[in-house]
Write a protein of this length. Structure first.
Length: 314
């Protein structure tokens, strides 16, 4: 078990994003007094010289590497170059600088899309690279897999204490609610909310509604990240999820019941379904003693409240 003193210098790379902001909140709640962060304007994480300079000046002891270019199924399909370039560069520069400047421990976050498209369910950590990836997000998945391999390689060659965790699909406050680039949960919250405001009954859901997905509230993920930073020491990446999935249709019905109970779902099968099913095997994490605590329905209700308080004026 890693003991992390409350005055440790902890760098959250990507602190304004969905995951990074949840980790910052979690660190503050635990009483950590020295979180380090840099905005995009202050530090371009794709620039190795700039990242080295920042690490030399700030000397982080612990790093949560949760920065990256992310998005839902449509953004992945239409901006593949950004998804592979930005993520490969960001992972490489931060991991390399963490090695050069003696970071004690680094936790890198991947994504459940690293596993093969037709992976046996639930997906065990060992299934990595066992067959072909889902084409709609292959460039992103390849960059994410490279991140895992970077951490392993620096551990093997230089003895760096770098570990990886693979979260399932996430949602929560500070999510991206832009309909072109968002993931499904914020997209549905916004679509049902817009329909309610316009007095419209019909809401369009992409795809057939039959793919199955697992969802984790980002506050649960932040809790898991701190737990894993303390408890995990292996080169094997660790799955993080709820261990429960549902169809997109069931998810849409749940969001409808929270946001706009009178609405009617219409499925647009011209839009991609993506991977048929993505459910992580979380037995390793459960065996270590961590479980999620926010039920999906409760998480959707609180995310909707956050959205209402923070959405741009109509
Ligand atoms: O969340 P999502 O974009 O990501 O889509 P993936 C999940 C499912 O919801 C797909 C359907 O089957 C979508 O077709 N869906 C229905 C919608 N309506 C909507 C909508 O209005 N917006 C969106 N976005 N989806 C991403 C990957 O895959 O998940 C990334 O592209 C990453 O690489 C991320 O791994 C976690 O689960 O399909």
């Amino acid at each position: 078990m890693e003991y992390i003193p409350l005055d440790a210098r902890i760098y959250v790379a990507g602190h304004t994003g969905l995951v990074g902001s949840a980790i910052m909140r979690r660190l503050a709640r635990e009483g950590f007094s020295n979180p380090l962060a840099a905005t995009r304007e202050q530090l371009d994480l794709r620039d190795q010289a700039a990242v080295n300079y920042w690490f030399r000046a700030n000397r982080p002891e612990y790093v949560f590497l949760v920065a990256g270019t992310v998005g839902g199924i449509m953004a992945n399909s239409t901006r593949p170059a950004e998804f592979i370039y930005d993520n490969m560069m960001i992972h490489a520069t931060v991991v390399h600088a963490a090695h050069l400047f003696g970071v004690r421990k680094l936790l890198y976050l991947g994504s459940s899309c690293i596993y093969p498209r037709d992976c046996r369910q639930p997906m065990r950590e060992e299934a990595l690279l066992s067959s072909r990836l889902e084409p709609t997000n292959e460039p992103y998945a390849v960059a994410k897999i490279a991140g895992i391999k970077l951490c392993q390689a620096y551990r093997r060659q230089y003895g760096c204490n770098f570990i990886s965790a693979m979260p399932t699909n996430l949602y929560g406050p500070h999510d991206n609610f832009d309909l072109e680039s968002s993931h499904v949960v914020p997209a549905l919250i916004r679509k049902f909310d817009d329909a309610r405001a316009a007095g419209r009954e019909q809401v369009v859901i992409w795809g057939t509604g039959s793919p199955r997905r697992e969802f984790l509230h980002v506050d649960d993920l932040a809790d898991a990240c701190l737990f894993i930073m303390r408890a995990w020491e292996d080169e094997l990446h660790l799955n993080v999820g709820s261990g429960e999935d549902l169809t997109i249709r069931e998810l849409a019905e749940m969001v409808r019941d929270v946001v706009h109970p009178g609405a009617r779902l219409v499925f647009d099968a011209t839009k991609p379904d993506g991977t048929p099913r993505k459910l992580l095997d979380v037995s390793r994490l459960h065996a270590l003693g961590w479980r999620h605590s926010i039920a999906l329905r409760d998480g959707i209700e609180s995310s909707y409240r956050w959205y209402v308080e923070n959405r741009p004026d109509r």
